[in-house]
Design a protein around this ligand. Structure first.
Ligand code: S3P
Length: 449
């Protein structure tokens, strides 16, 4: 499938302090959802600040194949004309989601709840990722799985019912993708679809459904109140609206950690989304002693955003509680890099979900640390990284396994190790942060081919 082209190795070398300002690209989670709800609504959805990374473009192409029409007005400015719930048509071809777990899983929820038939596929990474977590609840809602690869993986073909069956579903993992797929299928169910999650995960689907006119209630759940019950009233009329996409905190994480570990650096990262279900990395880095100031906090597109002023800092090891994982699930690779420069041991607890990301991130991070001389240990689902406050040796080549965040995390590492760090393939960076190289180079980072 996609991404069969030659790998692009990249290297990062230690150098001068990083200086300057940047605005990371639009949030990936919100960009996918804007395309999907644009498809499911009546009228025009105008999007500003869309992430034009490969993952989101795949979701846009799938929305078009299911009946939406779209126009790109300029950089990040798109208009989507939707077909409304029930108005989807069978796509003529397989929906190829490339590397995109979020796009494919959310769109499975859409197709699974509507009377259409579609085949989903993707690259080698997506073909290795578990989809049963989505197919199980969809089957309860009336979706037929007409074909699936071994063990419920893509390529797979779904056919949705005329109307979905409303369910009350407890997610088996803390996953916003599972929650979102069920809610999106529930849009075509006559009645209330409820998702119970034991720990709160990112709430962009709930927020955006409301923005488009759906009724969604969210109540605390469980003995400690950390969980959520999310209830959607089915068969609403969604109306196209305006979506302003804030800068992605998961992309901001890379220049942020780079500025902390390259001595003498000071940068400002503008317009970063501060949704508390996404800011676990910032909380953790501040506990480690990072000098991060939140400036000009304001509302943008229904989210709080801030400019982050980041200065190089002496970091110390901390214990990262498992409960924080949903709020920083994509940030562990780059946190492991920060931990390699810290004094003492950083223990990251409860990382089992990292094993089913774009790669087995726990294994990929451990291998990257090993290749660059960083002492570490995996204990069950926990990762321990040992630092002595000095720059690690570096000098290694890291296998990225088609995983953009592994590539970016270890390139950041190479900006401050004793010797340069190489990643075997940087092509996947385009899935979430297409301007990563020029953005980092503009700050003074020595990253290139
Ligand atoms: C996402 C949810 C997370 C995250 C992914 C984006 C989303 O996945 O890792 O990058 O937009 O809903 P899980 O829901 O599988 O944890």
């Amino acid at each position: 499938m996609s991404h069969d082209s030659e790998p692009t190795p990249l290297s990062a070398a230690p150098g001068a302090p990083l200086r300057g300002r940047l605005r990371p690209p639009g949030d990936k989670s919100i960009s996918h959802r804007a395309m999907i709800l644009g498809l499911l609504s009546i009228g025009e959805t105008r999007v500003e600040g869309l992430l034009e990374g490969d993952d989101v473009l795949r979701t846009a192409a799938a929305a078009r194949a299911l009946g939406a029409s779209m126009e790109r007005l300029g950089e990040g400015r798109w208009v989507v004309r939707g077909v409304g719930i029930g108005g989807l048509s069978d796509p003529a071809e397989t929906l190829d989601f490339g590397n995109a777990g979020t796009g494919s899983r959310l769109m499975m929820g859409v197709v699974g709840g509507q009377p259409v038939t579609a085949t989903f596929d993707g690259d080698a990474s997506l073909r290795s990722r578990p989809m049963r977590r989505i197919l199980d609840p969809l089957r309860l809602m009336g979706t037929q799985v007409l074909a699936e690869a071994e063990d419920g993986r893509v390529p797979l073909t779904l056919r949705g019912p005329r109307e979905a069956i409303p369910i009350r579903y407890e997610t088996p993992a803390a996953s916003a993708q599972i929650k979102s797929a069920v809610l999106l299928a529930g849009l075509n169910a006559p009645g209330t679809t409820t998702v119970i999650e034991a720990a709160a995960t990112r709430d962009h689907t709930e927020r955006m459904l409301r923005l488009f006119g759906a009724e969604v209630s969210v109540t605390p759940h469980g003995p400690d109140g950390h969980g959520r019950a999310v209830a959607l009233t089915g068969q609403p009329t969604l109306r196209g609206t305006e979506v302003v996409v804030p800068a992605d905190p998961s992309s901001a994480a890379f220049p942020l950690v780079a500025a902390l570990i390259v001595p003498g650096s000071e940068i400002t990262i503008e317009g970063v989304m501060m949704n508390p279900l996404r800011t676990g990395l910032i909380t953790t880095l501040i506990e480690m002693g990072a000098d991060i100031e939140r400036l000009r906090e304001r509302e943008e597109g229904g989210e709080t955003v801030a400019d982050l002023r980041v200065r190089a800092s002496r970091l110390k090891g901390v214990d990262v509680p498992a409960e924080r994982a949903p709020a920083m699930i994509d940030e562990y690779p780059v946190l492991a890099v920060a931990a390699a420069f810290a004094h003492g041991t950083t223990r990251m607890n409860g990382l089992h979900e990292l094993r089913v990301k774009e790669s087995d991130r726990l294994a990929a991070v451990a291998a990257g640390l090993k290749a660059n001389g960083v002492a570490h240990l995996i204990e069950g689902d926990d990762l321990l990284v040992h630092g002595d406050g000095a720059a690690p040796p570096g000098g290694g080549t890291v296998a990225t396994h088609l995983d953009h965040r592994i590539a970016m995390a270890f390139l950041v590492m190479g900006l401050a190790t004793a010797e340069p760090v190489t990643v075997d393939d940087g092509a996947m960076i385009a899935t979430s942060f297409p301007s990563f190289l020029p953005t980092m180079q503009a700050l003074g980072a020595g990253i290139g081919e």
